[in-house]
Design a protein around this ligand. Structure first.
Ligand SMILES: NC(=O)c1ccc[n+]([C@@H]2O[C@H](COP(=O)([O-])OP(=O)(O)OC[C@H]3O[C@@H](n4cnc5c(N)ncnc54)[C@H](OP(=O)(O)O)[C@@H]3O)[C@@H](O)[C@H]2O)c1
Length: 443
């Protein structure tokens, strides 16, 4: 079949690759940016520079095509104004209506639409027969786009609208997106349901729609509408990350619309989801998003530092991120263990720069060491009974700490009593003094 895919973004490009691997169709693929043309060559038989809202460019892209698959979306920030939404979603279908006479080979139009036009149903189930209730101008544009497209249907031309759920998958990883929320306190209850869709099922459903000639509207979401609270609990379960503390009585300004979208028709059509529910791998990525989120929490905290535990309290080895901001005061201490000599403490700097001061029992600094992401000294391993303290030498400094567990809050630290307690003016002065020791140390 000769197929034109309008839009070569997350979904369009993955679909082109899928059909390329299968080798059964002749694929044309479009982009609006000349700079992308070269990288797209090899992904399709023909690559075109096309704005679908421009009738001439759209005609050129669809010339000879038997199937058109529309996968366009506003570029960059999706929170563009409804006017840009209209240009992206409605204008191409207005243009298409005017071109149909000139496209006699076109026997099917498939559109990657969105379930967001159902609006907020307070968590009630919706299916394809439920009248959409767009909750804003964006939703109204999406509804109008579907109506414009439906008007293209004829006995010779099938029209299929796939209403997608929220997309995730490679490059739009839910683990990465949600991990920074672990251990935070959030307004609302996180109780709004959302239908999720793995990118491979978006591609799979589009391919099935073409292969089987679907001629209707079909919700394409996974089997289990999930709330953010459910996802976060599942994430905590899989990875051991700390759960979110919800404040149900505090209104959440960023609350998502609440609806449960049924995929019964998708099943009836015989499509088997590859990812029927969101599953988290049992791992925690120590990535920039997580380091950034923990640093932000450190900056907002009165102590100017924040731990993000990777371990459970009773684990034999404690593993955690420790984000420090300049000004944080770590009272000199050592760690003592139930079995003397069995302890260890290891710091590795993942981001920014930290000053380590090693002290003797009298409080004299016997060694200072700058630890820095990227080196030359990345981290240290300290003996269990060695007194020490840390200062942040850059904003957003983050350590990975490993030390022997289990954690006993009352016994964990043996402080050097000669140094001021945290939160006092003397402590603040002491911290500045220690930080000054690293000034002009060559880096
Ligand atoms: N992301 C989600 O969670 C989600 C949820 C529900 C539904 N959907 C729907 O799924 C579809 C695909 O989304 P996606 O995530 O793959 O989008 P995407 O990655 O943002 O890619 C959008 C593509 O559309 C192209 N485009 C933008 N404006 C255009 C125009 N006026 N004419 C022609 N092409 C245009 C872009 O061109 P360039 O190559 O020049 O950038 C890009 O190739 C969209 O229809 C979207 O509404 C997405």
């Amino acid at each position: 079949m000769r197929i034109t895919i309008i839009g070569s973004g997350y979904v369009g490009l993955a679909l082109a690759r899928h059909w390329r691997r299968e080798g059964q169709h002749q694929i044309s693929l479009t982009t609006t940016r000349a700079a992308r043309l070269e990288s797209l060559h090899g992904q399709a038989d023909r690559v075109l520079l096309t704005r679908a809202d421009d009738p001439d460019q759209l005609r050129q892209a669809l010339e000879g095509a038997e199937v058109a698959v529309f996968c366009q979306a506003p570029r960059g920030d999706r929170l563009v104004d409804p006017g840009v939404y209209r240009t992206t979603y409605c204008d191409p279908f207005v243009a298409l209506q005017g071109l149909l006479q000139a496209l006699p080979a076109l026997s099917q139009i498939v559109y990657a639409g969105s379930g967001s036009l159902y609006g907020d149903t307070g968590g009630a189930w919706v299916d394809e027969d439920t009248p959409p209730q767009p909750r804003d101008g964006h939703g109204e544009v999406l509804l109008e786009a579907e109506q414009l497209l439906s008007a293209c249907r004829s006995p010779q031309r099938r029209v299929c609208v796939l209403r997608f759920g929220a997309l995730y998958g490679p490059g739009r990883d839910l683990l990465r997106r949600l991990t920074p929320l672990a251990g935070t306190t959030r307004a609302g209850g996180g109780q709004e349901h959302c239908g999720w869709l793995h990118r491979d099922d978006a591609v799979g459903a589009l391919a099935a729609a073409v292969q089987q000639g679907w001629d209707q509207t079909v919700n394409v979401v996974d089997d289990e509408p999930c709330t953010v609270a459910m996802l976060m609990a599942r994430l905590a379960d899989a990875t051991g990350l700390e759960p979110v503390t919800w404040r149900p009585h505090e209104p959440d300004a960023a609350a998502r619309p609440d609806r449960r979208v049924s995929n019964r028709r998708l099943h009836q059509l015989g499509y088997r989801l590859q990812h029927p529910r969101v599953v988290f791998p049992r791992l925690v990525a120590l990535d920039d998003a997580l380091l950034g989120a923990v640093s932000a929490r450190a900056a907002a905290s009165g102590r100017r530092r924040m731990n993000h535990n990777l371990h459970h309290h009773d684990d034999a080895v404690q593993r955690f991120l420790n984000a420090l901001q300049p000004g944080t005061y770590v009272r000199p201490h050592r760690h003592r263990r139930e079995t003397p000599g069995a302890g260890f403490e290891c710091f590795v700097v993942l981001q920014g720069s930290i000053g380590l001061l090693v002290l003797d029992a009298a409080g004299l600094v016997i060694h200072s060491q700058r630890l820095q992401a990227g080196g030359p000294v990345h981290g240290v391993e300290l003996a269990e009974d060695q007194f020490h303290t840390l200062v942040a030498l850059s904003p957003d400094a983050v350590l990975l700490e490993l030390k022997q567990g289990p954690y006993r809050p009352t016994e964990d630290k043996d402080f050097l009593a000669s140094f001021p307690a945290e939160g006092t003016p003397a402590a603040a002065a002491q911290e500045r003094c220690w930080r000054a020791l690293f000034e002009g140390d060559g880096r």
